[in-house]
Design a protein around this ligand. Structure first.
Ligand SMILES: [Zn+2]
Ligand SMILES: [Zn+2]
Length: 415
């Protein structure tokens, strides 16, 4: 007897719906909305899901939504798998010359969240059909979060109990350096923490002829700026990739006057969760020791941002199996660690899951595109590919399909 394959109808579904979903993506692209202002986007997604028979609920702040598929009868105790997309655009001017160019000044979907949203809408419509046919062995929660770039939208989903009963969560993110058709996978950290620090130094000030009678504030600030990155590299495990880079330093107003205050601002990026948690205290101690040696007062303001996204091994295996099933054995590629930040990390502090890279480089899409640039665009074949991977990941995680494909009869398994 041949078992029924829920993925079987996906190709037919995609040939029917891909055109509509590309149009949907282009509509979002032409009408981008910044974090916590995604009202139109929320309305469009909600309407499309409702017409597929789902009952989405909008998050308390008015943008972003959740929708559950299946699980209300017979499978109520089955696993719950969340799939996440983000809705917001960036305050970046659209520099492309395309029919779906942004119509909003200085606002653009330069991080591909319009693509993520269209993919999750498509996956949701297909999974809703499976559930209606009684073929979904558990529950899938669609998470359309607001404000990834702000960041903080993930925290709103958490606060609303959005992943309270969820067993695993998956997400895709566009990658312009990966060919369309490829899925980038990595176990462990895949995106970094990115925090902001501001160091203010203060001293009595004075004449540059008499630095010994005061505190040479510019010299001390220079020491802090040069010593801190060097000291960090010797105080923190190099594998945590903790890096401090200054972006702004200023002090003084005249060549012959020692100023009484100065400031240095920079970012701290980190791939390791433990080092990230330890970073503020370590930086404060290092700054204090340099400042006290030169008689100035230094104050650190450490502004926490997102933690590193640390992909769970079993979830990455599910994505690898899903990618092989949906796209073939050669579609998965190793993903490099990125020092960019991603607020998906907050979900992974509570539940297991993984974020994969979705290849978007391809036809009529330049090789030199990058995220957060006004020229960013994707090969829209990535939408159908993303839907396949999301659906296969959900079904694999729900146990509807074997997590590891059975070896073919007569083939040897290499251990
Ligand atoms: Zn981004
Ligand atoms: Zn993004």
């Amino acid at each position: 007897m041949r078992g029924h394959d829920p993925l079987g109808g996906l190709d037919a579904f995609l040939s029917q719906y891909t055109g509509e979903l590309i149009t949907f993506r282009r509509d979002l692209h032409a009408h981008p909305e910044l974090g916590y202002h995604e009202h139109r986007t929320t309305r469009l997604v909600s309407g499309r899901l409702a017409s597929a028979g789902l009952r989405p609920s909008v998050l308390p702040k008015g943008t972003g939504l959740l929708a559950d598929i299946g699980g209300s009868d017979g499978h109520a105790r089955g696993p719950v798998i969340a799939l996440r997309a983000d809705l917001d655009a960036l305050p970046v001017a659209d520099e492309k010359n395309v029919p779906y160019r942004s119509t909003v000044r200085n606002t653009c979907h330069a991080c591909g969240h319009d693509v993520h949203t269209a993919i999750l809408v498509g996956a949701g419509i297909f999974l809703a059909r499976l559930a209606a046919a009684g073929e979904l062995p558990g529950r899938v929660r669609l998470v359309f979060q607001p404000a990834e770039e702000v960041p903080g939208g993930a925290l709103d989903v958490l606060a609303a109990g959005g992943i309270a009963s969820v067993d695993r969560i998956f997400a895709l993110h566009c990658d312009p350096r990966l060919d369309v058709g490829k899925i980038g996978l990595r176990t462990g950290p895949i995106t970094a923490a990115c925090d902001k620090i501001v160091v203010r130094v203060a001293g009595p000030g004075g004449h540059t002829a008499r630095p010994h009678l005061t505190a040479d504030l510019v010299y001390a600030l220079g020491k802090i700026v040069t010593e801190l990155p060097a000291a960090l590299s010797r105080r923190v495990d190099p594998r945590s990739s903790l890096s401090l880079v200054w972006g702004k330093v200023s002090a003084g107003s005249a060549a012959n006057a020692i100023p009484d205050d100065g400031i240095a601002e920079g970012t701290v990026r980190c791939l390791d969760d433990e080092a990230w948690h330890a970073a503020p205290d370590l930086l404060k101690a290092l700054i204090d020791s340099v400042a006290s040696a030169y008689g100035v007062f230094a104050e650190l303001s450490y502004q926490r941002n997102v933690p590193p996204t640390v992909n769970e091994a079993a979830s990455v295996q599910i994505l690898a199996d899903a990618t092989a099933q949906a796209l073939g054995p050669d579609a998965a590629a190793p993903a490099p660690q990125s020092l960019g930040g991603e607020d998906f990390a907050w979900y992974l502090e509570s539940i297991p899951g993984a974020l994969a890279r979705l290849g978007t480089r391809g036809q009529n899409i330049g090789d030199d595109l990058d995220l957060h640039q006004g020229t960013f665009d994707v090969d829209e074949r990535a939408i159908g590919i993303g839907i396949k991977v999301m659906v296969a990941a959900a079904l694999t995680a729900l146990g509807g399909r074997a997590v590891t494909p059975e070896p073919l009869p007569g083939t040897a398994t290499v251990g």
